[in-house]
Design a protein around this ligand. Sequence first.
Ligand code: C5P
Length: 202
Amino acid sequence: KGPYTIAIDGPAAAGKGTVSRAVAAHFGFAHLDTGLLYRAVGARMLLGQDPATAARELAAADLEAGDLRGPEVADAASRVAVVPEVRAALLDFQRSFARRAGGAVLDGRDIGTVICPNAEVKLFVTASAPVRAARRHAELVAAGSAISPEQVLADVRERDARDSSRTASPLVPAEDAVTIDTSDMSIDAAVDAALAVVTERR
Ligand code: C5P
């Protein structure tokens, strides 16, 4: 099997991660959650490191740090993600991953536009901000957080604004991406919709 790249972009908590894992499992492809790269750099910035240096020195062990999922790290990730040197330092790793033999699914914000403009399939998975905030709130509460729904919605909107308005690789759908709006879909329905698009292209 040769390289085959599926690019999945979209805002936070739209269902991208779940859809990406399911698509990768279905086709036997490797999966890279590129948000983790920015989260790992954000976590190092919170420890006082220079983000560009942290991005250049990023190692596999950084991605396994257990505390990358929280809201503080998410906020730090979206701050380091505006730095062009950070994005440049993470480019080669993502491109090599995308072209590995046997197929790859990458999910993030700029996969179809910047990292893999020639991806065989591009999806843009989105949902309304209130729906995404409600999903994220449920996840955080299930993980033991006492954060309020209002705070999560404010965080989601702030991160959306920062991701969409930055000059370096802003969050926008690629021209040739197929958009899946999961606002009124169950997770299973979103996964089925994504599988249908990929199956049709293959
Ligand atoms: O997807 P996730 O919420 O883990 O991403 C955290 C942050 O990393 C995003 O808000 C975004 O600012 C940044 N990011 C990015 N480009 C990507 C993936 C994530 O700028 N490809």
